[in-house]
Write a protein that binds this ligand. Structure first.
Ligand code: PAF
Length: 288
């Protein structure tokens, strides 16, 4: 299989996308930090259905990692990622250096207030400013018709939709469904950090969300379901539960403590050792 065409400069990315669009081709971008797994590849396949040309970006963005987080340890293997992408029919890999993305004197930050400060934003201060800034740059750099983001990082997806609307970015944001292991564990590049005992406990996160979602859909009170889910996660062996919350699906506004009167999204983060596992699930409103 021929090697995947790779560019490292914004100017080269722009020139290629411009040439495709001049020729009448549509272009979809899939932003990633590499360490690709089946979840990423499903986004590439979705992008291929949406557009004639697919660009994948690979950039481990330093500004979205906090002090003491896993920036240095984050798994990196460009050759492997590139081969996987070539196998999926990706047309171009954009793999810039940190200097290309953040040249000396870089001083601009994109922050989405409200949405960017809660849940993950509260546990990882500065994280979403890093995400919003790099994603805004990638969307402007690529000038694609569409960009695909996974629902696994549900709050990130809603934040990106918000910033694209607020900043009039002309790229359609397309969500890709979560891909799970057979036992329910959502695929994540960070699952490689789990030791065998932790890996046995990890699927309980999805199982607990599934049972909380069914209770909510049957009319159970939000506050009770959230508390029961937190307790169930601790009993299952998680070392800590950062949050389990039912929120409004689009803007992630808080809901009242009683039974749902509208559909919701359950979002949870639980820890196994130093690894934070994220998951989320759609919840239907109880039938009237
Ligand atoms: O979801 C990710 O992998 C990253 O947050 C993203 C969107 C590529 C920005 O660095």
């Amino acid at each position: 299989m021929p090697a995947l065409a790779t560019v490292r400069r914004v100017a080269d990315l722009r020139a290629q996308v411009h040439a495709w669009r001049e020729a009448g081709d549509t272009v979809a971008l899939v932003p990633t930090m590499g360490a690709l797994h089946e979840g990423h590849l499903s986004l590439v396949r979705l992008a291929r259905r949406e557009a004639r040309r697919v660009v994948v970006s690979l950039f481990v963005n330093p500004t979205q990692f906090g002090a003491g987080e896993d920036f240095s340890a984050y798994p990196r293997d460009e050759a492997r990622d590139s081969a996987l992408l070539a196998g999926e029919g990706c047309d171009l890999l954009f793999a810039p250096s940190a200097e290309e993305m953040y040249p000396p004197g870089f001083a601009t930050t994109v922050a989405v207030s409200g949405l960017g400060e809660e849940l993950e934003g509260a546990f990882r201060p500065g994280h979403f400013a890093g995400v919003a800034t790099v994603v805004t740059k990638l969307l402007i750099q690529a000038g694609a018709n569409a960009a695909v983001f996974g629902e696994k990082d549900y709050q990130q997806l809603q934040l990106i939709r918000r910033l694209a609307r607020d900043l009039d970015l002309p790229t359609q944001i397309i969500p890709g469904p979560i891909v799970r292991e057979g036992d329910g564990l959502a695929l994540s590049s960070r699952n490689v950090y789990l030791d065998p005992d932790q890996r046995r406990i990890a699927p309980a996160l999805h199982a607990v969300l599934v049972s909380a979602a069914s209770a909510l859909a049957l009319g159970a009170a939000v506050s009770e379901c959230e508390a029961q889910a937190r307790e169930a996660l601790r009993t299952a062996g998680f070392d800590a539960v950062d949050y389990v919350e039912a929120r409004r699906p689009d803007d992630l506004h808080r809901l009242g403590p009683g039974p749902l009167s509208e559909p919701a999204r359950l979002l949870a983060v639980a820890r196994l050792g130093r690894t934070r596992l994220l998951d989320n699930l759609a919840v239907s409103a109880p039938r009237a």
